[in-house]
Write a protein that binds this ligand. Sequence first.
Ligand code: GLN
Length: 482
Amino acid sequence: MTLTALSAAQLAHRIQRRELSALEVTEAFLERIAQRDQEIHAFLHVTADSARARAKKIDQELAAGRSVGPLAGVAVGIKDNICVAGVPATCGSKILQHFVPPYSATAVERLLAAGAVVLGKMNMDEFGMGSSGENSAYGPARNPHDPSRVPGGSSSGPAAAVAARMAVLTLGSDTGGSVRQPAALCGLYGLRPTYGRVSRYGLVAFASSLDTIGPLTRTIEDLALGLQCTAGHDPLDSTSLPDPVPDYLAALQRSIKGQRLGLVKESIGEGNTAGVRQAVQQTVEVFRSAGAAITEVSLPYTDYGIAAYYLVCCPEASSNLARYAGMTYGTRLSDRDLIATMMTTRGRGFGPEVRRRILIGTYALSAGYHDAYYAKALKVRRLIAQDYRNAFARCDLLLTPTSPTPAFRLGEKTTSPLEMYLADVDTVGPALAGLPSLSIPAGFEGKLPVGLQLIAPPLGEELLLSTAAAFERETGGRYLAP
Ligand code: GLN
């Protein structure tokens, strides 16, 4: 039996019944990392010693008859912009190369409390800015389905690791698509929860009005488990929602008969590859046979999504990243005088995409341009949110592709930032509107996975889960990554 092929639910179950030890599971994953990560480069930092120590602790607890959590012994990985106490958090940037956070993110604390074993920190586009993983200062991660292609981004490592069975569940962050798009390109489930559903405490800020933390997994049950263990109010995050956490695992069993599924007209036509269009058609048929009613809906402001997203995220990033000045956090280059220190540190510490965004953001906020760019983008954001409210008056949830293409080749889009930005056309809308959205593995184009996106009203995670679970049942899980 290959331990690394088991789901999180299966692993936890067997460990709890002591058919497997947490230590042998941890060793199996560490072994897999040693075999595969040379090529895939999903990890920036492997915490082998602390993982073994934790696994032993869990085995001792079980031997003493004490109860352990629902993720007992499950091998998890954490995107490098989410803090784990005592382990470097570089955010894929040179400027934080030696930064070691003194505390863990709430989402990480909650996974640990559920019994998870953290294997390490994962590769990513610098500060979450990118759609391919190629903006990592430490070199790109690769797509396990075809290592000449990107795994997507910015949660490149979290997606590549799960697809290559080097971890069974990972946490990514999604500002404009960074969990969903890499999940789609790697054949996984990836969830952006409702803004505020999972605490952002301990997530290094990129664009605070958009940032979320979400799980990536190979099965929908594991995704529900990951959300169950991380969701819920946190007094340490002022944007955290107070709403009680429902039983997400129970939602997996619900029928979708009579559910109204809206196919978003603007996102299913030209601009998508043949394989993506075909996956949409097939998926619609699957949902129809499961008893859902399919309607076509329009989101007229879709075309403005990318422009609005970049004019919201860059100003927020320029402000959030002002703290990396060589004073309090991270790398300091030069000590000549204050200005020289800041200029050298920021000029050399940040990569080109991060510098580009700081410049765009600063420009869009500056006197004389603020109203023309930033304030206008906020108005468009409101119109986009209104589009979704109108659509949800007519249907229960929406279906779009997650990405217009499957995984592209390394280097294919690096010379054109705009091409790269367009990889997010389908994912920025729900982000701007704060809506929960889930990418599900829904087909292949050749050997490359294709993902589709389900979008629900605020706090509609159960609806996303029950719909995805119905799809997984109807298709016998045949689109799941090998
Ligand atoms: N790819 C998008 C960007 O570059 C989304 C990033 C994210 O969600 N962190 O901004």
